[in-house]
Design a binder for this molecule. Structure first.
Ligand code: NDP
Length: 228
């Protein structure tokens, strides 16, 4: 049991992970971009204080700092979940450059901005963990080139997490990247392999299990190590 902060909690994998963690008794701090995406299903948890919501956009450093200042409890696990698939045109030979930058801003810089703002809270936990939802599509071991902006943003966030793991190792804070599976969400589409429930259950187990020796690694939702 602990306190888990999840970015992008309004829908998809983030919402289901919050549901799993709340049901088993964890405290959850969820972030949304728009207060209107805080649905009525959470009212009981909000009323009891087991769930808190923060409004922020991972592109907006000022908003993130403001949100972090509203939290005065230690955070045991930070789940960087918010992300986008990127622009329509994103092949190496036909690129929407603004869209590529936006993808990097959200998928790569976003998790680092969030980590910086909530590092003081992670430092106050017994064994802080940073779990960044990346994607197998970012693995340099596969030569595939479709959706290259998305792939590059996830490859880059993997490197950032590996670096954070090194830099935070002396403090006992763990950082890993995780592929959540190909999941039936707005992003994954209806033809994806697994449900949000399957993905979230796997992620919750992985979050518990991950230890110092795993720091800097890349795992899938079932806990198996993936190549960078
Ligand atoms: P969804 O598209 O269903 O949800 C994305 C979430 O990210 C939403 O809550 C959205 O908030 C939030 N978000 C997007 N942009 C921002 C931003 N600028 N600031 C704050 N929040 C933002 O995606 P999934 O649930 O499928 O994906 C979650 C994570 O898992 C992503 O990082 C994705 O790359 C990764 N992933 C997903 C896979 C899949 O098959 N679904 C496979 C591999 C990785 P809002 O509602 O406000 O838009």
């Amino acid at each position: 049991m602990g306190t888990v902060l999840i970015t992008g909690m309004g829908r998809g994998i983030g919402r289901e992970l919050a549901r799993v963690l709340l049901r088993r008794g964890d405290r959850v701090i969820g972030t949304v971009r728009d207060e209107r995406s805080i649905s009525g299903e959470w009212s009981e948890f909000l009323a009891s204080g087991q769930l808190r919501m923060l409004v922020l956009d991972v592109r907006d450093e000022t908003a993130i700092r403001k949100a972090a200042a509203q939290v005065d409890e230690p955070i045991d696990v930070l789940v960087n979940n918010a992300g986008i698939i990127g622009p329509q045109r994103q092949s190496t030979l036909d690129m929407d450059f603004e869209g590529f930058l936006e993808t990097l801003n959200i998928n790569t810089l976003g998790p680092l901005r969030i980590t910086h703002a909530f590092l003081p809270h992670l430092r106050r936990a017994k064994a802080g963990k940073i779990v960044t939802i990346s994607s197998r599509m970012g693995s340099l071991s596969y030569a595939k080139a479709d959706r290259i902006a998305y792939r590059a943003s996830k490859a880059a966030v993997n490197k950032v997490m590996q670096g954070l793991a090194e830099d935070l190792r002396p403090e006992g804070i763990v950082a890993i990247s995780v592929h959540p599976g190909w999941v039936r969400t707005d992003m994954g589409g209806t033809g994806a392999d697994i449900s949000v429930a399957e993905s979230a259950a796997g992620l919750a187990t992985l979050i518990d299990r991950v230890a110092c020796e795993d720091s800097g690694g890349f795992f899938d939702w079932q806990g198996d190590r993936l190549p960078f």
